[in-house]
Design a protein around this ligand. Structure first.
Ligand code: FRU
Length: 474
């Protein structure tokens, strides 16, 4: 057990308005659902240390996706079939019974490695869960898969339940499709979709859902160089159980966005959360007794031509807005860049809209979490010659950063919108109303609280700037 397990009082990095565990380790969002009008989030959780071991399902509820209340642990690894972890999975509402399907992880000494089986747990009150007496409901992967066989995502289509389970074989990541009439007896249908050889060797956390008039498959591919969490847009054929992708892309371009899962709510929205951290990344909050947090909830939509998935923060987040600063029509240039001198803090929402002319070749944007001597800063900006949005965390703080870049065309060839959510140890940046996003954890000094505008060329038009201080939800 971790000695520094207890939560520290002077914890500079505890998030103010993101879902995070009270203490201990957190990774993937699990079992996202709106059940009897309440939003439920479960998550991979080790409550007794800050290490990713012996996963439980932590649980939190919300009535608005903004304020969260921690609930008792939903699943504990206490059965022969999940003794080495209740791994990721999903939730459905089966006629008033909240039903979880998750992977039981077993360290199998005979084969000397982990393998997973699929299990069911149910709850009527949404708080207390019973594991099904005949678990596991899927004992082993079919020959299309391997011992890596996990993260079932369940949904209903017509009268039938469907589940996809992530796997991989011979270096090819796969989503395996199952069908059931009762959530207990599952029949293998076949490979729903698989990597074309370039998209990873194992697909973790697959999720398939309708969006607009298409279907979208998202996966967290292991071994896909330069990509962490991708989407594929295409057609779903329930007759043969095949998903045919037509387009693909990245869900986010930052370093800390993984294992995304979606659900639909009573407003018909498709909402996504991801784990805002990543395997193998240093986590300085461990000494404060916790590790990991979620992204903000994002609403997914298809771009008008159907070739891209867009993701925007849910409008409910406006509830967090406090003190407001607003300015219009600022021609960026040295004398104007210090208009934010009086705004200081760690938690902001910033909406900046720019107008750029063809000949403007510049790099401009906003520097956040700046120290007085400017040795520390997190830079959010746009490079107009290469049409790229970027977040530069190389000088952000105590963890080594990088410059994270993605392509972003201007709207009508001249307008740009940058929407930023800054929390105590994170920054999420959305470009042009969710066309792209870049999410990163940052670990600045608590005294680095300045903001400033910057440009490499005078005259870029900041047509409107709105900044809100954001409230804490805890
Ligand atoms: C993804 C993942 C899942 C697995 C879980 C274990 O981050 O590796 O595939 O179920 O985490 O915590």
């Amino acid at each position: 057990m971790n000695e520094k397990y207890s939560v520290q009082k002077n914890d500079p990095y505890r998030l103010a308005y993101h879902m995070m565990p009270p203490k201990g380790w957190m990774n993937d969002p699990n079992g996202l659902i709106q059940f009897k009008g309440v939003y439920h989030m479960f998550y991979q959780y080790h409550p007794y240390s800050t290490e990713p071991v012996l996963m439980h399902w932590g649980h939190a509820v919300s009535s608005d996706l903004v304020y969260w209340k921690h609930m008792p642990i939903a699943l504990t690894p206490d059965q022969f079939y999940d003794k080495d972890g209740c791994w990721s999975g999903s939730a459905v509402d089966n006629d008033g019974v909240l039903t979880l399907m998750y992977s039981g992880n077993i360290m199998d000494s005979e084969i000397n490695r982990h393998r997973q089986v699929q299990c069911i747990a149910t709850s009527v009150d949404g708080v207390n869960f019973n594991k099904y007496s005949k678990n596991p409901v899927i004992l082993a992967a079919p020959s299309d898969g391997s011992y890596d066989f996990r993260d079932p995502k369940v949904w209903k289509y017509g009268d039938m339940w469907y589940a996809i389970v992530g796997s991989g074989k011979d270096g090819i990541g796969k989503a395996l499709l199952y069908r059931s009439s009762n959530l207990l007896e599952w029949h293998y249908v076949g490979v729903l979709a698989q990597s074309d050889g370039s998209k990873g060797s194992m697909w973790e956390c697959p999720d398939l859902f309708p969006l607009g008039d298409k279907y979208v498959l998202i996966v967290s591919p292991i071994g896909m160089e330069g990509h962490k969490n991708i989407y594929m847009i295409g057609e779903m054929n329930y007759e043969d159980g095949k998903f045919t992708p037509q387009y693909w892309g990245d869900l986010d371009y930052g370093p800390h966005f993984y294992a995304a899962q979606t659900f639909s709510d009573d407003q018909g929205r498709r909402i996504l959360f991801a784990w805002m951290s990543m395997w193998g990344h240093p986590n300085p909050t461990k000494s404060d007794g916790w590790a990991g947090c979620m992204t903000l909830p994002r609403v997914l939509t298809l771009s008008p031509d159907g070739s891209k998935v867009k993701a925007q923060p849910v409008p409910e987040l406006k509830k967090l807005r406090q003190k407001h600063f607003c300015a219009n029509n600022i021609a960026l240039g040295e004398e104007k860049n210090n208009i934010l001198n009086d705004i200081k803090g760690e938690c902001f929402e910033i909406l900046a809209e720019y107008q750029i002319s063809e000949q403007d070749s510049a790099e401009f944007g906003i520097k956040l979490r700046c120290s007085v001597d400017r040795n520390q800063e997190t830079v959010v900006g746009y490079r107009s010659d290469s049409r790229q949005l970027f977040v530069d965390t190389r000088k952000s703080g105590i963890v080594e950063g990088d410059r994270y870049v993605c392509d972003l065309e201007l709207i009508e060839g001249k307008f740009l919108k940058i929407h930023i959510f800054l929390d105590r140890s994170s920054v999420e940046v959305f470009g042009n109303e969710g066309e792209v996003s870049i999410s990163s954890r940052i670990f600045p000094d608590p005294t680095s609280i300045n903001i400033e505008l910057f440009t490499t060329k005078n005259g870029i038009m900041l047509t409107s700037l709105n900044i809100w201080e954001l409230a804490s939800i805890w």
